[in-house]
Design a protein around this ligand. Structure first.
Ligand code: MN
Length: 488
């Protein structure tokens, strides 16, 4: 396992295989860097590192598309795989297994290192010096409510009683050099912790960490249960405690190799209009909400800091490459914990995390004797709806594992031929998160709607499975060998 200790060593690895583009021409933080990054997703180009950003200090850089699909042929998942310590050619199923395996290992809490061993303390800005105006914070889409200071950093928050420290990604909009707002959704961990502080009438200390070990944002976008510290899960994933360092002004720790750390407090009340911002679903809706206000009190950063960002929109970008595997791994863990035989779980990237595909091994009937396909699908839904991943999986398809859910051609064939047009499905009342655009506006606002599981398992016909009519399955070996040898 190669574990990159910071963002820079990871970028060197991308650079070595041609998957990083050094953009040396002057690029504006105002839409231009984001537009170039958006194009890089859509053309599957190297990640752009903007080394000359209009109006900001020398050495300050912007990094786009840090964990998008890669430009390297045959290794589409390389950026995610390298971020998680896997080989560059890891498959979706291997990525999900890697994340799921770590859920079964003991948590490894982070190790606090002294400030002089923490690169993120190379520059310490306090008081009036601690201003966001020093940084090339990008404006990301033309209809956004403002510049977005967070799309890829983790927000560190701790409950007032100290029992749970959460690291998660939530978008944050810049209001001015000292203030931000952002989504603080009650069903999400950040919103739960903020709720505990609001209940005692105290502003919540927060730290926003940009960069550092590249696995951090991948885990920050995953779907671990409430109460699980992402930093300790990261230790379980890598096998080593993660180095963290104490903040300057608040009682929190942040990744020691972070590029930039912003410290401060989040207000008790929701009084700032946040948004709009184009999101994971791929659309630029004009939704706004009232959210709390972050106040910036200290900033620390490495020399020549790199500010990473993503440009959410039509798949495929990090909102799909990161949230999808994280949710899939948690679904896989929960389903297997329930004793169900599952080959893999995957949120197809072009489905913008709105659908989950769960596949079952060909011998699943031996593990679940006397269980019908409908009952199997029912059990899958019962597990998902009872857990946090349910709202993250509005539509689930249960399929046989001759289908690779990460191959769109496989998936569309199965959806067209194995999913009944109107029946063979089960619905449950569920929680709807606001970014699932396949629900009605009313369901998105109230947070109530249905989850559905489609039973797309092949029925056993005449006591045997129906085999696909393919070259591999529909011809005897002698004929196949003859055709192959002829090289037709
Ligand atoms: Mn969490």
């Amino acid at each position: 396992m190669t574990w990159y200790p910071d963002l820079r060593s990871y970028l060197e690895a991308l650079d070595a295989v041609g998957d990083l583009e050094h953009v040396t021409r002057e690029v504006d933080w105002d839409l231009e860097a984001a537009a170039a990054t958006r194009l890089s997703y859509e053309r599957r180009e190297p990640a752009p590192l903007f080394e000359n950003v209009t109006g900001c200090g020398e050495g300050f850089r912007l990094l786009g598309a840090p964990a998008a699909l890669s430009s390297v042929p045959g290794k589409p998942y390389m950026r995610i795989a390298l971020s998680l310590g896997l080989a560059a050619d890891a498959t979706p199923a291997e990525i999900v297994e890697h994340l799921a395996r770590a859920r079964k290992r003991p948590l490894v809490p982070p190790r606090v290192v002294p400030a002089d061993q923490a690169p993120c303390k190379q520059n310490i800005l306090l008081g009036d010096d601690a201003t966001l105006d020093r940084f090339p914070i990008p404006r990301i889409h033309q209809d956004d409510g403002g510049r977005y200071a967070n799309t890829w950093g983790v927000i560190v928050a701790r409950t007032p009683d100290g029992r749970w420290t959460n690291w998660s990604i939530a978008r944050m909009q810049m209001l001015d050099g000292k203030h931000l707002t952002g989504l603080v959704i009650p069903q999400q961990h950040l919103g739960m912790i903020w709720g505990e502080w609001a209940a005692i009438g105290e502003p919540m200390p927060f730290a926003l960490a940009q960069g550092g070990v590249p696995a951090i944002p991948v885990i920050g976008g995953a779907a671990l249960p409430a109460g699980v510290d992402e930093a300790a899960y990261l230790g379980a994933l890598s096998g080593e405690p993660l180095d963290v360092v104490r903040c300057e002004t608040i009682d929190l720790e942040v990744p020691a190799t972070a590029e930039i750390v912003i410290e401060g407090h989040l207000s008790v009340t929701r009084h700032v209009t946040e948004g709009p911002f184009a999101e994971i679903h791929g659309y630029a809706f004009d939704d706004t909400t009232l959210e709390p206000e972050y106040t910036v009190e200290a900033i620390t950063h490495r020399d020549d800091p790199i500010w990473p960002f993503v440009v959410p929109g039509r798949p495929i970008d990090e909102t799909h490459t990161v949230c999808g595997p994280g949710t899939s791994a948690e679904a896989l863990t929960l389903l297997r914990d329930a004793g169900l035989p599952i080959t893999t779980a995957w949120q197809p990237l072009n489905g913008a995390t709105h659908i989950l595909v769960v596949t079952a091994p060909q011998d699943w009937r031996e593990t679940l004797p006397e269980v019908s396909t409908a009952e199997f699908a029912h059990r899958v839904g019962a597990v998902l709806r009872a857990n946090r991943v349910g709202p993250l999986c509005p539509v689930t398809y249960l399929l046989d594992d001759d289908i690779d859910p990460s191959v769109d051609g496989d998936l569309i064939w199965a959806l067209g031929t194995r999913v009944h047009p109107t029946s063979r499905k089960k619905e449950w009342p569920g929680t709807v998160l606001p970014w699932y655009s396949n629900y009605t506006d009313d369901e998105r606002v109230t947070g109530h709607g249905s989850l559905v599981v489609h039973d797309g398992l092949m029925p056993a016909r005449g006591g045997r499975y129906v085999s696909p009519a393919t070259f591999a399955d529909a011809y005897p070996e002698a004929i196949r060998n003859k055709v192959l040898a002829a090289g037709d």
